[in-house]
Design a protein around this ligand. Structure first.
Ligand code: AMP
Ligand code: MG
Length: 336
């Protein structure tokens, strides 16, 4: 199969709709990362997503709809705080989990009674979703366990010859996956940190919890229990206090011929570590979110071992950045 990369306009939109209605899978730009979309109502189309990615069968998918779609037709109860969040943050990088009406394939939620819904703000995603005008199930468009894609080229690298079309909207401006928010309780609870932060949610909803999985417990958001975001090279992770040990490690790896490279914030890349091979994450949380995945993919191309130094900034968007960075470079956890 030939994989075409096209902007979401004219004939490409017509093809996208035809592929989707025929049970095929189409990749598309969103403001977070690229998605791998299929008809959420069709068991076979949803199965195809899991197959293509090699995604574990118990890791549920998010359903994407356009901004005028009637979300109430898919879910049972939207509490008042969630209505307020919808008004404030949608379209945008916020996924909301509600009790499902069971209108889409049961495979989307992997047997859970809930449905995760998202309305992306990307012009490309909106054009595609409007054209299809059905709920589109879409995980990130990477092979399971690999780094999420933030350019059409990244999607192509993982799926060339396996999907017919990638709707190209350029580089993703957000850079990390959406915030996943459980809206089934009295108080909303963050299941996955992202660009819409706890503070932003609490300001509108009055309160906002953060779900922390207890050991041995069945995870509320199954994806968070899986390995994820891993570059295809060795990795290491050091807090800033251990910078001297990280430099020693770099030198040892270099002597062994392992092509080390640091992944660190600008202050270090342009300062203490400027004499070494570095990938510069940037200054602010938003900048680090936007650059992270492209740099992890760059790291696997140019280095044998990527040595991440924990950025100083904490809280807000950094919750999401640090969650991805530690899981990518510390080798614990992983999702598809
Ligand atoms: P991805 O599609 O790779 O961005 O991953 C989707 C994320 O949304 C995973 O972490 C899933 O566990 C989570 N998710 C999807 N549907 C649900 C749901 N019904 N309840 C809780 N988490 C969900
Ligand atoms: Mg993913």
């Amino acid at each position: 199969m030939k994989t075409v990369i096209a902007r979401a306009e004219g004939a490409a939109l017509t093809w996208a709709k035809e592929y989707i209605l025929n049970g095929e899978v189409v990749a598309f730009h969103t403001e977070t990362v690229y998605g791998l979309g299929a008809d959420a109502r069709s068991d076979n189309a949803v199965k195809r997503i899991f197959q293509l990615k090699g995604r574990p069968a118990d890791n549920p998918l998010i359903v994407h709809v356009h901004k005028d779609y009637d979300i109430a037709s898919l879910v049972d109860y939207v509490p008042p705080y969630a209505e307020a969040l919808k008004r404030e943050y949608l379209p945008g990088p916020l996924t909301m989990v509600f009790p499902s009406k069971g209108k889409v394939s049961a495979l989307v939620s992997c047997g859970l009674q809930t449905l995760a819904v998202r309305v992306p703000s990307s012009v490309t995603a909106q054009a595609f979703l409007k054209e299809a005008d059905i709920p589109i199930a879409a995980p990130s468009a990477n092979l399971s366990k690999h780094v999420s894609p933030v350019t059409a080229r990244h999607v192509y690298d993982d799926f060339a010859g396996k999907i017919p079309l990638i709707l190209d909207g350029g580089e993703c401006s957000g850079g990390i996956e959406s915030t996943v928010l459980d809206c089934t309780g009295e108080v909303p609870q963050i299941l996955r940190a992202g660009l819409v932060t706890q503070e932003m949610i609490a300001r509108v909803a009055g309160d906002c919890g953060v779900y922390r999985m207890k050991s041995g417990e069945k995870p509320k958001s199954p994806g968070m229990a899986y390995q994820h975001y891993s570059p295809r090279c060795a990795t290491a992770y050091y807090p800033q206090e251990e910078l001297a040990a990280a430099v020693e490690r770099y030198q040892r790896e270099e002597q062994a011929g392992n092509r080390p490279c640091f992944l660190c914030e600008s202050e270090l890349a342009c300062g203490a570590l400027s004499a070494f091979c570095t990938l510069d994450l940037g200054h602010t949380g938003k900048e680090m979110a936007r650059r992270l995945y492209a740099l992890l993919r760059r790291g696997e191309e140019i280095s044998g071992i990527l040595i991440a130094i924990e950025p100083k900034e904490k809280g807000g968007v950094m919750e999401g950045v640090l969650n991805r960075l530690t899981r990518a470079c510390r080798g614990n956890g992983n999702e598809a």
